[in-house]
Design a binder for this molecule. Structure first.
Ligand SMILES: Nc1ncnc2c1ncn2[C@@H]1O[C@H](COP(=O)(O)OP(=O)(O)OP(=O)(O)O)[C@@H](O)[C@H]1O
Length: 269
């Protein structure tokens, strides 16, 4: 579904992603893992058009999307969630999902101001699309609650619904289980499995190895911006380069990609 070839981006002297060639196959769950600062979020930012690569190419469903802007990438069928929850807490769950849907609608600002027929049609379309997305994540009955009133897990689902409302073919999830307890993490895994069973392709960046190993069909491992391994969870977990990368990062304070806070560091010491 998505192929990147020699993909790279530099920030000044730092090569945050370097010469990455990889594929995200349709209908599967691909996890992108690596120690802190490995380039995982930057890789997502490149695929979703937030950053323009300084080298290489990105093809999605046979089309070269390397130079497309974010909204153009979304309209081709790639949507993403963010590491930190980016929902509007004061708005209702439905309004949040509608914001996600509006990215794909055609009415412009003038239509919105003049309340043209097209705008009214689009609002109705957004409402329908948003309700479908909320149903997919199990939030249809909470549609009219303020998003801020939901649990942490519920708010994560709102974030996923916002991405689903643009009706993507490929969904990118950036640390979906961050801040979730084990029970919520299991629920999230079931949701992701259901979405994939319904035809969606998912790629996720995640530090929680239980989730990655239990969910991913294939794993791409980045380290210092470069691909060091790719394969099934079983293949990757016994790959010497991967073990070395994680052990190395552990020696410097990281733990299988987990952020070590100063307090934790002091506790270890
Ligand atoms: N906009 C930017 N400008 C400059 N440097 C950046 C920018 N975005 C990312 N970087 C740098 O690129 C490197 C990779 O960062 P990135 O956030 O992609 O890593 P990551 O694997 O997602 O890390 P984490 O697991 O900690 O979220 C880091 O050194 C980071 O400081």
């Amino acid at each position: 579904m998505l192929d990147v070839q020699d993909l790279g981006i530099r920030f000044g002297g730092l090569h945050a992603v370097k010469d990455v060639t990889a594929s995200i196959p349709a209908g599967q769950i691909t996890a992108i893992i690596g120690p802190n600062g490995a380039g995982k979020s930057t890789f997502f930012n490149l695929i979703s058009g937030f950053y323009q690569p300084t080298s290489g190419s990105i093809r999605f469903a046979g089309e070269d999307i390397t130079r497309l802007k974010t909204h153009e990438v979304v309209s081709r069928g790639i949507a993403r969630t963010f590491q930190t929850t980016t929902i509007y807490r004061e708005l209702t769950v439905l309004e949040n999902a509608m914001i996600g849907h509006r990215v794909r609608t055609r009415a412009g600002l003038l239509d919105a101001l003049l309340r043209t027929g097209r705008e009214r049609q689009d609002v109705q379309g957004s409402r329908d699309g948003a309700m479908q997305a909320l149903t997919r994540v199990g939030l249809a009955r909470q549609a009219h609650l303020p998003a801020g009133a939901l649990t942490q897990e519920g708010q994560k689902r709102v974030g996923i619904a916002m991405a689903l409302a643009s009706d993507p073919k490929l969904l990118l999830l950036d640390e979906p289980a961050a801040g979730m307890n084990p029970e919520e993490t299991v629920n999230l895994m079931s949701l992701i499995r259901e979405l994939v069973a319904g035809g969606l392709t998912v790629a996720l960046v995640e530090h929680k190895m239980s989730l990655v190993m239990g969910l991913a069909d294939q794993i791409l491992v980045l380290h210092h911006g470069q691909k060091i391994a790719a394969g099934t969870p079983a293949q990757v977990s016994r790959d010497p380069a991967v073990v070395e990368a994680y052990l190395g990062s552990h020696a410097h304070g990281g733990q299988m990609g987990q952020t070590t806070t100063p307090e934790q560091g002091a506790a270890h010491a």
